[in-house]
Design a protein around this ligand. Sequence first.
Ligand code: 2AM
Length: 184
Amino acid sequence: MRLFLAIRFSSEMRGALITAQRAMYDRGVRGNYTPEENLHLTLAFIGEYPRAETVMDALSGVTLTPFELQLEGIGCFGDLWWAGLRESAALTAVVRRIRRALAENAIPFDRKRFSPHITLIRKASRDAAGITVKPAAMTVDAISLMSSKRGRNGMIYTEVGAIEAVCAPDLTPMKTNGKDEERC
Ligand code: 2AM
């Protein structure tokens, strides 16, 4: 199966991305728009690999602490237009940890430098410069292992595994029933 690791978005983020796509469409930009359910941020592209469980085992030592993502700007690679993200040290760090875990477990992946982008449209018929994207934000609390296959009407992405965030311990004690509890 064809696998990649990605962040999936909250409805607020998807809403902001769709609004940007609509603005492109209204501007006359035609091409292969990413359907709402397929919008994602790829962290590592594995490609053809037979066992999702082996990938999840390899990632079992990667701890994910929740972090913020914020949309920022629009850009392109040729005729592919994307939405960008505000620079995030936490995102860069988690990508490095994930890729290191894949490498240490001999799981192949595309070694191209991580260049965070959310594909909005491929094969755009014209320039979409000047379109803006709302600065929507979300907390990332999971990273998904996705499988991708070609369906009759385009690509079908399915989550086949996930790394869930562990809560960072908040050192301020919270009093509940007279007991100190860890805040999540
Ligand atoms: P994208 O991130 O630019 O949109 C599934 O194919 C996802 O993996 C897509 O989002 C795709 O492009 C991304 N991807 C990253 N590297 C890839 C590669 N070498 N081949 C195919 N898809 C790749």
